[in-house]
Design a protein around this ligand. Sequence first.
Ligand SMILES: Nc1ncnc2c1ncn2[C@@H]1O[C@H](COP(=O)(O)OP(=O)(O)OP(=O)(O)O)[C@@H](O)[C@H]1O
Ligand SMILES: [Mg+2]
Length: 249
Amino acid sequence: MPVVTFANTKGGAGKTTAVLVMASELASRGNRVTILDADQHGWLARWALRSPRFPQLSVHSVTDETIEAATLRAKKRGGYILIDLPPARDAVLARAIGLADHVIIPVQGCAMDAQGGAEVLDLLADLDRSCGIRIGHSVLLTRVNAAIPTRALTAAREALAARGVRMMQTSLTERAAYRDVFDHGGLLHNLEPADVSNLGKAIENAAQLTGELLTLMPQRMPRPQARKVTGEIDQPANAAPVRKLARAA
Ligand SMILES: Nc1ncnc2c1ncn2[C@@H]1O[C@H](COP(=O)(O)OP(=O)(O)OP(=O)(O)O)[C@@H](O)[C@H]1O
Ligand SMILES: [Mg+2]
């Protein structure tokens, strides 16, 4: 039941997109996936409302007060737990990092994002120094132009590598499909290839990224049962009210 937390204190770094892309691929492979949405804006909770219902995939809105109990419940259900965070250095960030088996730090190829990522890295270093708690973490470059690595992207890579930061070898490329899946709901595999440019490449990137993520997880997961997922997005009674959240928005 690995917990993967996606953190960057800078807004727009690509946290929510990375969570959805990897959740989509994991669910498409037949894994149970729980998304804990700690962002008050509830983007993933809203995505769930737009989506068909899948038995293996659930989205729960959480706060700093409920995230630990929600993680325990998700661990009982099994599968992968992905935590999406707001762009802030706050209590929920600290808790979500403490709960994580691995922290993914999405960073766009610009200095501001690298700065937001650095705050998360500092927090992880503090935990190690003060409490002896070492949590695996990797920087994920996001919104990368599939064709040409830009100068800013190269600079960000160099700045992070100079700090001894572990980088994911696969980047999340800039793809229309990753925006469309929010608007349409459902999984990447449910999008219509005729309606979305380069959908195949987006799915390929998602698969490669998820494959790399799995190599970073504790090796105790049962094998997935099936490739395709159908059914409903599970919103149990004890989950924070996703529908209420969407109405309030
Ligand atoms: N790989 C990508 N391809 C295309 N668009 C992307 C990609 N990654 C992010 N975006 C777009 O960039 C914007 C910001 O991304 P996202 O919401 O994932 O960032 P975030 O870190 O979750 O932001 P916040 O901190 O505000 O929650 C969104 O409009 C999203 O659709
Ligand atoms: Mg977000």
